[in-house]
Design a protein around this ligand. Structure first.
Ligand code: DHB
Ligand code: FE
Length: 282
């Protein structure tokens, strides 16, 4: 068994919590009126569930114990990004022009190593997995090229683990920032990621097991694409014929985001094109 399979929910939860605190500045600019409205509705949804489902004390205490455990093991970022973020993303991007976005998830790390295009993501000498070339163009919505646009990419390895969140993986493994050339083109050499299983040994895993669900996300690449005077897009790309495209636990697959890589070098490698169109900044 490889070292990576010793990754624990508590470990990745703690790191995801730390990472969230470092990445996101949480302001207190929400008005009293808005907090009142949202908190009242959320509490009412829970209370209605108790009343309508005639929830027992036994069930109520199981919920309490579980909520305490989610907090203690740092699994709130995992829980929220799997079951709630897709709805927030839908609202945030409902009127956006250009490429489709989807959830960010808990494992983004800013300021990954910058590579010229074509570039190869940092990886181990014996990095397992099928080599994959992802290339394409970053444009404005009208199709004109965006030179010097930033394509940030991060993804799990061939075993489904992310660097900086699972043990023993080099810091920037399978993470990088590629700048587009004068024609807005980028080309990234990497390896195909594996489907990703959210950690099953923690509180989220207990819920999944108790509810008879599965813990899988389809294999995916995460990307943030940005350029001066344009809206940054956070998205993911998936692989046609991959598992769990239609039952992603995080509900984050969209048909526009599914790649169909073709054989390269007699089938030992894969290659696929994907273009990004960025909406103008407001
Ligand atoms: C989670 C992990 C991911 O890799 C992802 O893309 C979305 C959510 C999670 O564990 O919450
Ligand atoms: Fe992911």
């Amino acid at each position: 068994m490889s070292v990576e399979t010793q990754a624990t929910a508590a470990d990745s939860g703690a790191k995801a919590t730390e990472r969230f605190r470092a990445n996101k500045s949480v302001t207190s600019e929400v008005t009293t009126e808005r907090v009142n409205r949202l908190a009242s509705r959320a509490i009412k949804a829970l209370v209605d569930t108790v009343l309508e489902e005639k929830v027992t004390y036994e069930e109520y205490n199981a919920l309490k114990a579980w909520l305490i455990e989610v907090g203690e093991t740092g699994e709130w970022p995992l829980f929220l990004d799997v079951w709630v973020e897709h709805a927030v993303e839908e609202v945030a991007n409902e009127n956006r022009q250009g490429s489709k976005g989807t959830i960010e998830g808990p494992y983004y790390v800013p300021e990954s190593p910058v590579l010229e295009s074509p570039g190869t993501l940092p990886m181990r000498d014996d990095e397992p997995g099928t080599p994959l070339v992802l290339h394409g163009k970053v444009t404005k919505v009208d199709g004109s090229a965006l030179a010097g646009a930033k394509v940030e990419i991060w993804h799990a390895d061939d075993l489904g683990f992310y660097s900086q969140f699972a043990p023993e993986i080099p810091e920037w493994n399978l993470r990088g920032t590629i700048l587009t050339d004068d024609d807005g083109r980028y080309e990234i050499n990497t390896v195909q990621p594996a489907p990703y299983q959210i950690p099953t040994d923690g509180a989220c895993g207990k819920l999944i097991e108790a509810a008879g669900w599965h813990a899988w996300r389809p294999a995916h690449l995460h990307l943030k694409v940005s350029a001066d005077n344009h809206q940054l897009i956070t998205t993911q790309l998936y692989f046609q014929a991959g598992e769990h495209l239609s039952d992603d636990i995080a509900s984050a697959v969209k048909p526009e985001l599914i790649l169909n890589p073709q054989d390269k070098n007699d089938g030992s490698d894969k290659e696929v094109a994907y273009d990004f169109a960025l909406a103008q900044a407001n």
